[in-house]
Design a protein around this ligand. Structure first.
Ligand code: TRP
Ligand code: ZN
Length: 469
C-alpha cells in the first residue's frame, strides 16, 4: 500500500459509517472504476480504474445511410480491483465480453457504457474486452456537439476534444495512451487512410478491409480514419521515413495537384522542426486533404487532416500540424485545460517557419502583436480557458506570443534545452510540469512570467521579466 492509500484507508476506517467497510476490506474489495478520468472540463471523458494498452478496432462503414457497425477489442491493465468499469461509446452496444466471457452491460447515458464482468478483475492484472456496436454516428450529439464529418462520398472520423466514442469503444482521455490496429471495411471503390502504417488490404466480393497499425502509443482523440475516393501517394522522405499522402477526388484535378504540393512540403517542414525539437517521434508521416467542408486541420498522430485551402500554398498550416506531432501527440496534455501546451507551441513554430521565408524577426512579431490587440483579446486566461473556449483565438495567438516571450526571457540556449528536456521522455504533461521544468532548465524564477502570460486577464506589462523588453 502506498502512502496516499494508507492515509485514505485510515480516513475510511475512522470516518466511515457503513458497517463492514474498514481499511482491511477496502484493500481487497473490488469497486467500480470511475465513469470519468477526472478532467475538470469534461468530467465524463475517459474512465478510471484501468489503463488501455492496445485497441484493435474493426469497423464497417456505409455511405448511403451513414451507418457504422463494428467491434473494438482492447487489452487493458486494471489499476484498481474492479467490480465494474466504464468505456466511452456513443453508438448502440449489442454485446460485451470480458476475457472471452459474456459480460453484463448497460448504457447509463448515451456516452457511458458500464460493463460488469462475470467475475471481478484484480488490481494489476491485464484483461481483454470486446464490444460490439452499431448506429449512425452523424446523428449522435454529446456535450452540445455533433462532431461526425461525412457525406455520401467521404467520411473523416476526426475531432478534438471528442470523436473516439463515435467510432470505437474508448477510454477517451489523452492521459491514457495506447497502440492501435484500425481495420475499416468499405465498398471496393473506396480507400481508407488512418494512423501509422498500412498493414494489409483484405479483398472481399464487394468490400475491402483496410488494416492500419499505429505502433506508437497514441491518445484516443488522435486516432482517425478517412474513407472515400482518395488519390494516394506513398514513398519515403529523404531521411527514410515512410509517408502516405492522400487527397480527396471530390477535389478537381487542379485542386488535387495543389493539395499534393501542400502535402509534399511535409519532409522540409519536418527537417526544419527537427532542428528545434529533436528527432521526429514516430515511424511514419503524411497527411490527408479532405474534400469535406471543414474549417480546421487536425493533428492526427502521424497523419494530419487538412482542409482544401483554396490554392494558397499555406504550408504554415503544415508546420502547425506537424509541430503538434511533438506538442500534443508525443507529449499529450495531462488534462484539457493544458491546451496552451498544444496550441501555443504549434502557433509559435508555425510563425517561425513562415518567418524562415519572410523578413521580420520573431521578437518584432511578438512586439507588433503585443501592440495590436484590443483589451478584449487579453481577457481570456489561456492557462485556464474553460471548456467552452478551449480553441478560442487567444489560446493560439496569445499562446504563441507567450512562447516567443519565454524564449526571449530565458535565451535561445536554455529555450532549446527546455524543449529537448520536455520532449525527451514523457507521454503527458501539464502546464505546472512545464513551468517547473522551465525554472529548472533556466535557473530562473518564472512564476511572475507565467502568471502574466497564462493566468492574467490583462495584457502583460512591457517588461524585461515578461520577455517584452
Ligand atoms: N487542434 C486543431 C488545430 O489547432 C483544431 C481543432 C480543435 C479541431 N477542435 C477541432 C480540428 C475539431 C478538427 C476538429 O489544428
Ligand atoms: Zn493546433
Amino acid at each position: 500500500m502506498n502512502r496516499s492509500r494508507r492515509i485514505l484507508a485510515s480516513l475510511v476506517a475512522t470516518t466511515c459509517l457503513v458497517a463492514g467497510v474498514g481499511s482491511a476490506a477496502a484493500e481487497v474489495d473490488p469497486s467500480p472504476g470511475s465513469p470519468g478520468a477526472g478532467d475538470r472540463y469534461f468530467p465524463d471523458y475517459g474512465n478510471g480504474g484501468y489503463d488501455v494498452i492496445h485497441y484493435d478496432v474493426h469497423d464497417r462503414v456505409g455511405f448511403n445511410r451513414g451507418r457504422l457497425s463494428g467491434r473494438t477489442e482492447l487489452r487493458a491493465t486494471a489499476t484498481q480491483s474492479l467490480s465494474r468499469f466504464n468505456l466511452d461509446m456513443m453508438l448502440k452496444v449489442t454485446a460485451v465480453k470480458v476475457n472471452g466471457q459474456v459480460a453484463e452491460f448497460r448504457k447509463t447515458n448515451r456516452h457511458e457504457l458500464q460493463v460488469t464482468p462475470a467475475s471481478p478483475i484484480a488490481e494489476g492484472t491485464d484483461f481483454r474486452v470486446q464490444v460490439k456496436y452499431a448506429g449512425v454516428p452523424k446523428r449522435l450529439r454529446w456535450n452540445g456537439e455533433r462532431p461526425w464529418l461525412g457525406n455520401r462520398r467521404e467520411i473523416v472520423a476526426m475531432g478534438e476534444p471528442q470523436m473516439a466514442a463515435w467510432w470505437f469503444a474508448a477510454n477517451d482521455h489523452p492521459s491514457d495512451k495506447a497502440t492501435f490496429d484500425i481495420s475499416i471495411k468499405v465498398p471496393k471503390h473506396k480507400k481508407v487512410v488512418a494512423n501509422g502504417e498500412l498493414e494489409k488490404i483484405t479483398k472481399g466480393k464487394s468490400r475491402n478491409t483496410w488494416h492500419w497499425r499505429a505502433a506508437e502509443p497514441m491518445a484516443a482523440y488522435l486516432a482517425f480514419f478517412g474513407a472515400g475516393n482518395f488519390a494516394l501517394e506513398r514513398g519515403r522522405t529523404p531521411s527514410g521515413l515512410p509517408y502516405v499522402y492522400a487527397v480527396s477526388r471530390q477535389l478537381n484535378q487542379r485542386q488535387r495537384e495543389q493539395s499534393f504540393n501542400l502535402l509534399r512540403t511535409t519532409p522540409k517542414v519536418l527537417t526544419f522542426l527537427e532542428k528545434w525539437l529533436g528527432d521526429y517521434p514516430f515511424s511514419s508521416t503524411g497527411g490527408l486533404v479532405t474534400g469535406l467542408e471543414v474549417n480546421f486541420a487536425l493533428e492526427n498522430q502521424t497523419r494530419p487532416t487538412y482542409p482544401y485551402s483554396g490554392g494558397k500554398q499555406s504550408s504554415w498550416l503544415v508546420a502547425h500540424e506537424l509541430t503538434h506531432q511533438w506538442f500534443g501527440d508525443k507529449v499529450a496534455v495531462r488534462n484539457w485545460r493544458d491546451i496552451w501546451l498544444n496550441e501555443g507551441f504549434a502557433t509559435f513554430f508555425e510563425m517561425l517557419w513562415a518567418d524562415n521565408y519572410g523578413s521580420a524577426t520573431p521578437q518584432k512579431w511578438l512586439l507588433r502583436e503585443w501592440g495590436y490587440y484590443p483589451q478584449s483579446f487579453w481577457q481570456l486566461k489561456i492557462g485556464e480557458p474553460g471548456a467552452a473556449r478551449l480553441f478560442d483565438y487567444p489560446v493560439y495567438q496569445r499562446g504563441g506570443m507567450a512562447v516567443q516571450a519565454l524564449r526571449h526571457r530565458i535565451g535561445d540556449a536554455d529555450f532549446k534545452a527546455l524543449l529537448r528536456a520536455w520532449l525527451a521522455d514523457r507521454e503527458n504533461g501539464s502546464i505546472e510540469d512545464f513551468i517547473a521544468l522551465a525554472e529548472e532548465t533556466s535557473g530562473e524564477e518564472l512564476d511572475g512570467f507565467f502568471r502574466a502570460w497564462l493566468f492574467s486577464s490583462k495584457r502583460p506589462a512591457r517588461t524585461v521579466a515578461n520577455g517584452l523588453a
